[in-house]
Design a protein around this ligand. Structure first.
Ligand code: 5AD
Ligand code: SF4
Length: 450
């Protein structure tokens, strides 16, 4: 092992919450091997980009960043750059041809090899560690997290669904779940460290299946909420096929489980869902929504939706708009389709919707969803909501930013509260993406959960 700056590392994290959780695992593994986390990229001798391959523009962002790193490496010959996560798993050694800046590659299942890869990279070799390992869950690694209020806990990894547009099965491999006992051990530690919010994560979190005793996600969620009664419990991302009545009842019954379900639909047209290989119709989806709403009144729902997938006709697009109007999601992540080499769609379907049409349809989706979100926000003016304060607001230290149980961002007057406090806030206004308000003191009664 070398010393000084060459002994320090910095990680840039792109992509989903799983990647954020993975960066916490990588940090732990490198610290165990004697490396130190640097405060900034400038102070690091090793820079890691933990990357996302889900859409073409995510890959473009990394390519731009690599040009900047190439400049840094020209000035500092000893600097090492490693690419981890979904892009190297997907593009493999080909990445080296695209950028001189890269020294080593590791995929989502091989982070335990990183200390070795770094040693090899120092000798000028260009080591690669991209094997899939369907049993790797990083059990036993104690993640080094950035924040002290909210923690992600990966409970399952990988995906078996094979949605036609999606790279995840090719970047993260087959589904595997963390043993129930390991999840509970991690939750106990988080409680002892005073975390106020625990989010159980997985590419398909509600298909969790305990490898030891066979417990399903509803039982895991119930146990986690009992183990951490003072913390808010969240989970993401759910697949409609794995929304069971038992799961919905657990969310309704346990006071500290947030009343929010992120349930990607991807399209409002059954024809498109079939072509996307989603494994459900739009009627199935609406039935799940009705079940959820009948058991958890006022639940916040959010979704993911793709415009312009292969073969999408104007009537399919209209069906997506109708779905948004009828469900009235709290919020949505909205994308236009970009073909990902190697996926089922790239191999068997034609990416035939012209880019201008994709973008026009996406804009219509965004405009409609924004107006729905803003109507819902307006309806909550005058109500009192419970907000977990997360940080000072970006604009002023006299205000805090936090989230409601339904995951809405709220900026409110500080009035002596600190990040980590659970505050009853009277909503007095809204902006496009946030609600604004002030603490409501001394009032009895249950706050609304929105
Ligand atoms: N093109 C556009 N959006 C995609 N997503 C996944 N793959 C693609 C793709 N090829 C979206 C889906 C998914 C979210 C994480 O990203 O909506 O739920
Ligand atoms: Fe991106 Fe998907 Fe990988 Fe997460 S799992 S980093 S969303 S490609």
């Amino acid at each position: 092992m070398t010393t000084g700056r060459s002994n320090t590392f910095y990680i840039h994290t792109f992509g989903c919450q799983m990647n954020q959780a993975d960066s916490a695992i990588i940090t732990a593994l490198l610290q165990q091997a004697g490396y130190t986390l640097a405060e900034s990229e400038e102070r690091a001798g090793i820079i890691l980009l933990n990357t996302c391959a889900v859409r073409e523009n995510a890959v473009d962002r990394i390519e731009n960043y690599l040009q900047h790193l190439q400049g840094l490496k020209k000035r500092d010959k000893a600097l090492l750059v490693g690419i981890t996560g979904c892009i190297p798993q997907y593009q493999r050694e080909e990445m080296f041809f695209n950028s001189y800046a890269i020294d080593f590659l590791a995929g989502p299942d091989t982070y335990r090899t990183l200390p070795l890869l770094i040693e090899q990279a120092r000798t000028g070799a260009k080591p690669v560690s991209l094997d899939f390992n369907d049993s790797e869950t990083y059990e036993g690694v104690d993640p080094v997290r950035q924040g002290v209020i909210s923690a992600f806990v990966p409970v399952m990894r990988g995906c078996n669904n094979m949605c036609a547009y999606c790279v995840v099965p090719f970047t993260r491999g087959r589904e595997r779940s963390q043993p129930f006992s390991a999840v509970m051990g991690e939750v106990k530690q988080l409680v002892a460290s005073g975390y106020r919010e625990i989010t159980l994560i997985g590419q398909n979190v509600n298909s969790y299946h305990d490898p030891e005793q066979g417990m399903h996600f509803a039982a895991l969620l119930d146990s986690v909420s009992r183990e951490a009664p003072e913390a808010r419990i969240r989970f993401t991302t759910s697949h409609p096929k794995d929304i069971s009545e038992a799961l919905v009842r657990t969310i309704a019954d346990r006071q500290n489980i947030c009343h929010h379900i992120h349930l990607p639909v991807q399209s409002g047209s059954t024809t498109m869902l079939g072509r996307m290989n989603r494994g459900h119709t739009i009627e199935d989806y609406k039935e799940k929504i009705a079940l959820i709403r009948s058991i958890i009144p006022g639940v916040a729902l959010s979704t993911d939706i793709i415009a312009g997938f292969c073969g999408e006709q104007e009537e399919d697009h209209q069906a997506s708009l109708e779905l948004l109007s009828s469900v009235r999601f709290d919020s949505a992540y909205m994308f236009f389709y970009s073909t990902r080499p190697g996926t089922l769609a790239a191999r068997t379907l034609v990416d035939d919707v012209p880019e201008a049409v994709k973008k026009r349809r996406l804009q219509e989706i965004i405009d409609l969803q924004n107006s729905i979100s803003s109507e819902l926000f307006h309806e909550s003016i005058g109500s009192v909501v419970e907000v977990l304060a997360e940080s000072e607001s970006k604009r002023s230290s006299l205000q805090l930013m936090g989230r409601t149980s339904g995951n809405r961002a709220v900026v409110f007057d500080r009035e002596g509260y600190q990040p980590g406090d659970l505050v009853r806030v009277l909503i007095t206004g809204t902006t496009s993406a946030t609600m604004t308000g002030r603490p409501e003191r001394g009032q009895e009664g249950n706050p609304s959960l929105y």
